[in-house]
Design a protein around this ligand. Structure first.
Ligand code: DOR
Ligand code: ZN
Length: 345
């Protein structure tokens, strides 16, 4: 197969930052995707509907002219989120979800939630107004092994949330373990998951074998091979509970290539090509369209896109870096060959 045509996909988990980074990365996403769920762990945080709408305006302003990319906004969950704000969000055309970061789990999560039971009244209200909850599913105790943090969260917290709020729509973001996949499979159709390209393509050797590779470091951290295989099986199964969310998370090269490098892989420049690579490896390209273009829209109760995009088998080399106002961002698979290329209109 040398060409695949798909209904235009959407990215259901994306970081675009602001300022100079936003100006570089938004064109990459807008080239590929019709819409994206924009993460609120910005500095400053996106805590209110008005802040989210201002941020959305900044994103629209940074788009290349003529683009009809639609940023779908989210709020950052803290215990201060009021019932009034939740209702306002549920009624706002451009706000689609609330994101839960356990405090300290990842980039800009210090203001996240430290006492999950303490936010149950908020979750109750979200359940009532049918506003989806997006979860970064990792425990944060320092004594927990970093490779076990997702599984521990599933056992200790996720099960409890799902049991207490059976009608709350929940996306378990960027699942990385067989345990999380099994949890989502066993849950009701209110519970879905996103899967990133890096967790489909790599196991933990990619971070550590033969030298430390900071551009493969993200959170939740990439796990062992048997987890990767479970993720590939879920993504290519045709089960609508699993859909595309890149978690593309740009950081300046110097902030990652550091004695304490930050977490995040930059994949927006070629997200579809990376997913195509992972699906082709298990002969499942016929399952890509559902995963990339249909299931997320259905879960979010949004119309599916109508225009099409085409990927062509055409090897190309990923650049070493992308420029950002005197700095750079190093992409996932920098200097490597990708076999598929998005045909640009
Ligand atoms: O690797 C990650 N980077 N994981 C996250 O959860 C956050 C993200 C970021 O914002 O950089
Ligand atoms: Zn993320």
């Amino acid at each position: 197969m040398h060409k695949i045509t798909l209904i235009q996909p959407d990215d259901w988990h994306l970081h675009v930052r602001n300022g100079a980074i936003l100006n570089t990365v938004i064109a990459h996403t807008a080239q590929q995707f019709g819409r994206a769920i924009i993460m609120p762990n910005l500095n400053p945080l996106i805590l209110t509907v008005d802040q989210a709408l201002d941020y959305r305006a900044e994103i629209l302003n940074a788009l290349p002219s003529g683009s009809n990319f639609n940023p779908l906004m989210t709020l950052y969950l803290t215990k201060a989120l009021s019932a009034e704000e939740i209702k306002k969000a549920a009624n706002a055309e451009h706000i689609h979800a609330v994101k839960l970061y356990p405090a300290g789990a990842t980039t800009n999560s210090d203001s996240g939630v430290s006492d999950l039971k303490g936010i149950y009244p908020i979750l109750k209200m979200m359940e009532e107004v049918d506003l989806p909850l997006l979860i970064h599913g990792e425990v944060t105790h320092q004594e927990s092994d970093i490779f076990d943090r997702e599984k521990e969260f599933v056992d200790s917290s996720l099960t409890d949330i799902v049991n207490n709020f059976p009608n709350l729509r929940i996306v378990v973001e960027h699942v990385t373990t067989k345990e999380a996949v099994d949890f989502v499979l066993a849950a009701s159709d209110k519970v879905a998951a996103t899967i990133t390209p890096q967790h489909l393509l790599f196991n933990r050797n990619a971070i550590l074998a033969g030298g430390i590779r900071p551009h493969h470091y993200c959170l939740p951290i990439i796990k062992r091979e048997h987890h990767r295989l479970a993720l590939v099986e879920a993504a290519t199964s045709g089960n609508p509970k699993f859909f595309l969310g890149t978690d593309s998370a740009p950081h300046l090269t110097g902030d990652k290539e550091s004695s304490c490098g930050c977490a995040g892989c930059y994949s927006a420049y070629g997200a579809l090509e990376l997913y195509a690579e992972a699906f082709e490896a298990v002969d499942a390209l016929d399952k890509l369209e559902g995963f990339a273009s249909f299931f997320g829209a259905d879960f979010y109760q949004l119309p599916r896109n109508t225009r099409s995009i085409t990927l062509q088998k055409q090897p190309w080399e990923v650049p070493a870096s992308y420029p950002v106002a005197g700095h750079t961002i190093t992409p996932l698979k920098a200097n490597e060959i990708l076999n598929w290329k998005l045909l640009l209109n």
